[in-house]
Design a protein around this ligand. Sequence first.
Ligand SMILES: [Zn+2]
Length: 397
Amino acid sequence: MLPSYRNLYGIVSLCISVLIFTPVQAYEKLSDETLSSLPRPNSDFDIHNGALLSPILQTRVPGTPGSTAVLNHFADFFQTTLPKWNVEVHNSTSKTPKSKGKDVPFRNFIATRDPPWAQVGDVGRLTLVAHYDSKIEPEGFIGAIDSAAPCAMIMHAMRSIDAALDKKWTALQQQGLDEFVEEVEGIQVIFLDGEEAFAEWTDTDSLYGARALATHWEDQFYPATSEFKTPLSSISMFVLLDLLGAQSPSIMSYYETTHWAYQNLGELEKRFKSLKQFKATSKDPWFIDTEKDVHNLTPSGGVLDDHVPFLARGVEILHLIDFAPFKGFPKVWHTIDDDGEHLDMDTVEDWSMLVTAFAAEWMELEGYFDHPKAASARRDEEHAASEAIRLNKKTEL
Ligand SMILES: [Zn+2]
C-alpha cells in the first residue's frame, strides 16, 4: 500500500457514475442467536503453531521459497477443509527494480464456490481479497497485519460458512426453488501476490498481481448469452482487507455505492459488541463513518491498494483498511515490528468473526447454521417455506 494518502477523486467519480446503476444486492441480517454461535478460530490463530495463521507468518517475497510455501498452505487448506471449492493459480511475470532485468513470477491464488446449478457466466460473486506477499525490505519483514492476518481471517470466515452454504443450496434444489433464484450468488477468495513495491511505490512498481489479474479478467469473455460478460463483471463486490490486526482500528467508508455494505459491517460491529461477542474491549468504533449519510462521505478518494486496477474497470469496492487522516496507518506499518508478536490477537479474532458474519449475511444464510442450542433453530421445512415466500416477493418485484 502506498505510504502517502493520494487523491483518486477523478477515478472514483468516474466509476461512481458507472456503478450507480448497479442493481442492489440482496442481504439478510443474521439473528442474535446465530451471531452468538458462529465458530471462533481459537487455537488455529496461534502465531507459533496455529493451523491457519502461523504458516503465513514467514517472509514471502514473490518468487521465493517462502512465497511458494504460503501458496501451498492455501492450496492444502482448500483441498482438505473446503474440497468443494474450485481452486486456481493465476500466473504472470514482470521485471522489478530489484530483479536485474530478470522476470519475477507473481502467483495469485483464487478459490471460488458457486451454487451447484449455476452456469459459468451466470453467477455473481462476493469477492474477499487480501495480498499474501511480504515486502522485500526491511530484511526479515513478516507483514503480519500486511496482510498475513487478513488472509487468515478470510480463511476462517470461509470455512465457517461453508456447511451453511451447502445446506441452503441443497434445500433450494430439493424444493425445486433453484430455478426461481433471480440473483445467483457465489463466493470467491483472492489472495494476491506482488502488492508491495520493491523499491519506491510507483504505478509500475506495485500491485503486480492485481494489475495482471484485472487485465486478464477484463479480456476473458463468457458465452454471449451469459448474465455477465467477464469474470470482472461477475464480481458483485470486491472487499479488500489490508493492514488489519492492530488494536482499535479505524475504517473509513470511501465509496458511495458500497456505503450500504460498509454500514452493515458497522452495525455488525455494534451487535457483536452488545452481545459481548467481541474479545477486544476498546469502546471506540471501528467503522467510524457508519452514521454518515451516503452523500456526506469524505471526498478523499482513498488509499492506493490492490483494488485500484479493479476500481478503474468499474468494479464495486469496499476497502477495509486501518487508516484515518487523524492517525495514519497502524504504528508497526512497514517496520520490522510488523510480526506475529505485535498483532493484537483479540482484534484479529474479532475481525474474523466480523468477516464471517458479513459473508453469511451477504449469502443470506440465516437459518442454515447448526446451532449448539438446536431447540430454537429453524427447521428445514421452515427454511424452505420462508425461502419460497422471499423468492416469490422478489419475482413480484
Ligand atoms: Zn505493505
